[in-house]
Design a protein around this ligand. Structure first.
Ligand SMILES: [Zn+2]
Length: 234
């Protein structure tokens, strides 16, 4: 039977580290046996992580409540109504959702968070539009947000794909980048000049298209040399 040299907790024969404080178990008289039965269920570690995550979410929530309430109170006392404070308040709520929400998940899926982030940004922009007014939301801000979100989710899904090889991943990412810059300029031109025109985006899109072509050719060459090597048994 071993005891933790740091916190004194009794250790099971399977422990390599103290389950309480994490200190490494070194007992020359009794080596740890990984095959031995653990003295507690494996889910304990998961529960511990969940407790830490929930505690972090609570601390963050409390920390964000302080500036939120302060800003709203200052505005109310100064102007007798909520005016300028709505913009920083919306920003704090936005930051709160972006930081606290991921804390509640054990294994966060990146694409899901990107989707959530996109929807959240759209909501934030909508709130800003309600406060500030103007015609920038529907034809510019929301389409740019949707475009950026879609591009990021596409890249994320492609990088995480197990079926696709490196050349295909590179090609798809370059094509996503190409479409992104072209559509971005299109949206900017529609918003500023009410017309569709491509200039700077072409200079970014052409190298992307050419690079994807180069990657495609290299990928084919590698594939052919590989199949040739297999046929010739060397
Ligand atoms: Zn310990």
């Amino acid at each position: 039977m071993s005891y933790c040299v740091n916190c004194g907790v009794e250790l099971g024969a399977s422990e390599k580290r103290c389950p309480l404080c994490g200190v490494e178990v070194i007992n020359p008289a009794e080596r740890s046996d990984p095959s031995a039965q653990t003295p507690y269920p494996r889910s304990v570690e998961r529960v511990r992580h969940r407790v830490i995550r929930v505690a972090a979410a609570r601390v963050l929530s409390l920390l964000m409540c302080i500036p939120l309430i302060s800003i709203l109170l200052i505005d109310l006392i100064q102007d007798g109504a909520l005016t300028w404070s709505l913009i920083p308040a919306a920003s704090i709520v936005f930051a709160f959702m972006a930081l606290v929400f991921p804390c509640l998940f054990e294994r966060p899926k990146v694409w899901l968070f990107l989707l959530f982030g996109t929807l959240e940004t759209a909501l934030f922009l909508f709130v800003l539009k309600m406060i500030l007014g103007g015609d920038w939301l529907w034809l510019f801000a929301l389409p740019v947000t949707a475009l950026t979100g879609a591009a990021l989710i596409g890249v994320c899904l492609m990088l995480g794909s197990r079926r696709a090889g490196v050349p295909l991943k590179l090609i798809v990412m370059l094509l996503i980048m190409m479409v992104f810059v072209l559509v971005l300029q299109m949206l900017i031109e529609i918003h500023l000049h009410r017309c569709i025109r491509f200039s700077w985006s072409i200079y970014a899109a052409i190298p992307c298209a050419l690079l994807s072509l180069v990657v495609l050719i290299i990928g084919r060459l590698i594939q052919r040399s590989e199949s040739f090597r297999k046929k010739m048994f060397f």
